[in-house]
Write a protein that binds this ligand. Structure first.
Ligand code: NDP
Ligand code: MG
Length: 387
């Protein structure tokens, strides 16, 4: 089959499974797109099933044991790779044109770098690639010009700025639902459970980003992501609370015009557009019932989301600081989901770890990996020492 050839990294996750749904429909509609490679972390059975369904040439998983288990589920002519090198190899394959990176966490960075290095189009859901390695990504291959954003806010902004002179941009606005606890009393946040935090009011997503949406760390990551993608100064990126999750991003222009992108909160829409753009296809998975909505936009309250400000500050510090913020957050979220720390300890842990960090240059993978390991270790100590 001719057309675009895809590598889907993170095929078993929330974005990955929605991407598979998009791919099924594209295939049924005869859109020229085939899947060459897929990768996941540990869910080998789901990966093997998807790999067989889409007749891929190569697959990858996180470790050697999983690779062995995966190989036993697949025909022998399918190549099986593992680890960060395996992920890079899949992303850089000669028979791949587009890499959809839907891995969660810093583990996604290597795949993004390999894709850009090899001149692929990078359909990017893994925002950590830009949070942790934004400076590196910008200098690799076509840099951010090689990226089509999948994250809904950035997909919105990319569509709004098309054809707009950079000098005409007054401000980029990202919307935030406010997460699971938008209306909780601040003093009650000490006692909220992981189960409650996982109940996102509008979006259905993987566990880490759902918790990050409740702390608004996700939104801080998105501010950093926007800063790298659009190369505007920090003061030109704002966040608005928008509980309906219908407006995904707004671009305010110098003449007072505001361009906004709206859509149903269904990630299959930005996923599909990232795979088919500039083509716009009919029959979306969902449509907005225009005329039946009232939409609210309000400023971000300053006290409710302490982790947001801490992580944005880390973004502004640059260098190794955002890598430490991400690494610490991965550990803290995991500890909260495992019932080892309270919800409010995520923000405290981030503040403590980042407060101890001496920011260094983040201009090589080795330095970023070192910062990542340091951030994880410090966060683990925080988890063990507190509560
Ligand atoms: P999930 O936790 O649902 O899925 C994560 C995926 O990454 C799984 O396929 C997992 O594999 C895979 N994975 C984990 N570690 C590795 C590794 N070391 N090597 C290869 N694959 C790995 O996450 P989401 O789908 O929710 O999110 C994915 C990314 O997209 C995140 O960066 C998130 O911030 C971003 N995003 C998500 C949105 C959403 O709606 N979910 C919206 C916007 C952005 P396995 O399960 O087999 O271990
Ligand atoms: Mg988003």
């Amino acid at each position: 089959m001719t057309g675009r050839r895809l590598a889907l990294l993170g095929a078993t996750g929330s974005i990955g499974v929605q991407a598979l749904d998009v791919l099924r429909r594209l295939r049924a509609d005869g859109f020229p797109l085939s899947v060459t490679a897929m990768a996941a972390g540990t869910r080998v059975e789901a990966l093997a099933e998807a790999a067989r369904e889409f007749d891929v040439r190569a697959v990858g998983v996180s470790g050697p044991n999983h690779a062995e288990a995966l190989a036993s589920l697949l025909p022998p002519d399918i190549e099986v790779v593992h680890g960060a090198d395996g992920l890079s190899a899949l992303a850089g394959r000669a028979d791949v044109d587009v890499v959809l990176n839907a891995v969660v966490g810093a583990a996604g960075l290597r795949g993004s770098l390999a894709a850009l290095e090899a001149g692929k189009t990078l359909a990017l859901a893994n925002k950590e690639s830009l949070v942790v390695g934004g400076e590196l990504v910008a200098r690799t291959g076509a840099g951010v010009a090689g990226i089509v954003a999948v994250d809904s806010e950035h997909a919105a902004l990319q569509q709004c700025v098309q054809g707009t002179d950079r000098d005409h941009i007054e401000r980029l606005w990202i919307t935030a639902s406010g997460g699971a606890f938008r209306e909780h009393r601040l003093e009650d946040l000490e006692r909220v459970t992981a189960e409650e935090a996982l109940r996102h009011p509008t979006w259905s997503m993987g566990p880490r980003i759902t918790i990050d949406s409740a702390t608004l760390v996700n939104k801080a990551f998105e501010v950093i992501e926007a800063r790298h993608l659009f190369d505007v100064s920090w003061d030109k990126i704002g966040v608005l609370v928008h509980p309906q999750s219908v407006i995904h991003g707004l671009v305010e222009l110098v003449d007072g015009t505001v361009l906004a992108q709206m859509g149903p909160h269904d990630m299959r829409i930005p996923i599909r557009y990232a795979l088919t753009s500039p083509e716009r296809l009919p029959d979306p998975p969902a449509r907005l019932a225009l005329g039946e909505r009232s939409l609210q936009l309000s400023p971000l309250p300053s006290e409710r989301y302490p982790a947001f400000w801490t992580v944005v500050e880390a973004g502004k510090s640059g260098g190794t600081a955002p890598a430490v913020a991400n690494a610490a957050d991965e550990v803290l979220v995991d500890a909260f989901l495992g019932g080892r720390i309270r919800f409010t300890a995520i923000a405290r842990g981030l503040e403590e770890v980042l407060g101890r960090h001496r920011v260094g240059a983040g201009d090589s993978l080795a330095k970023l990996e070192e910062a990542d390991a340091w951030g994880r270790e410090q966060a683990r100590r925080f988890v063990e020492g507190k509560e």
